[in-house]
Design a protein around this ligand. Sequence first.
Ligand code: LRH
Ligand code: MN
Length: 430
Amino acid sequence: MAELPLSADQIAAHNAARLPALQDEYESLGRQLDRRGITIDTIKRRITSFSVALPTWGSGTGGTRFAKFPIPGEPTNIHEKLEDCAVVQQITRVTPRVSPHFPWDITDDYDGLRKEAESLGLGFDAVNSNTFQDQASQNRSYRHGSLTATDADVRAQAVEHNLKCIEIGRALGSKAITVWIGDGTNFPGQQDFAASLDRYLSTAAEIYRGLPDDWRMLLEHKLYEPAFYSTVISDWGTSILAAQELGPKAQCLVDLGHHAPTVNIEQIVARLHRFGKLGGFHFNDSKYGDDDLDSGSINPHQLFLVFNELVEAERRRPDDFRPAYMIDQSHNVTDPIESMLSSAEAIVAAYSKALLIDRDALHAAQDGNDVMMAFQALRRAYRLDVSPILAMARMEAGGAIEPIELYRDSQWRDRKAQERKPATGAAGIV
Ligand code: LRH
Ligand code: MN
């Protein structure tokens, strides 16, 4: 039986005080949806089976190249990161898995770590490799790239690291590896675009050959940063061609912050699914670049439109629909747990609103070129306040009706500030 970090009695007391108001709001929304021919309990059941993985690196404060401002009581090792992710899961009941990153989460007993996570009610989602930073123990630098480096020994080192991550992932019970590389250039002429992609395809193929039969390799594209003139896997087009070249276990991962500002990400989602290459997501939000801000905090409508495409994709080909949902954010100015509580809510809310779209009315309007009624079919769902459904699903699953209130009342962070050693303030993402 999982030894959960927060007191179940405190959660029960918190819910008991708020249940009458929630029931009233739930019944009122239920009547509103009834008038639309929608059964609110059906939607509640759908979202109860929804989940999104947490990034271990999101449980600590993140930083930028300028600075990082750690908070007292934040986690500084994988064991404390798991504890904090378990707090988010215990309160939200929609984040039962964590996505680890290596070597940031390195330890010496992965079977033990798997059991430790299980005892906290957590499992492991995709593992993430890291050939975008040099480790002290490394022989060769990734200064001029990793999987696409011109130096064959550097490429071999990067392949070996990814195969090591797969080995660790097998011990943790993961079923996928996410490969994001920062390889690219800062100057025109710095690299041969064709040759660098060919190097990627051959090294990625070596990693692909190391995949267990039931695993996936998720290719994460990104337009720029850390390279600022060109990036080898810069967009979904290059990513899908590489995934098709590698084979059926290779799919594409969409990080919402990895596109030029005006790109239509929801259309990319529809395209990737059409060709059987929709592997997963890194949810976050951004205003300018890869800002890694909280999901739904800047452009919740885009998140809704992405889930609209996901609901359509699942209806169109349910057997070929299993995207890995993960959060990838950098919490620079908030308590990371509060940001993950708020982000999980925003993601489930976007999914719920997409489930509330009257698809028959939408498809009829689309087929009949009734432009305004097609748009209104989306807008009628988007403007609904779905929070009573989310809160009821959460409460019934053992979570808290008001996540951030419950978290603050638990004084988790203050308690951890007494126990944990202070985090360093070195600039950089983690
Ligand atoms: C790259 C990225 C990638 C991770 C890193 C933490 O910007 O999105 O997914 O490895 O952030
Ligand atoms: Mn990412």
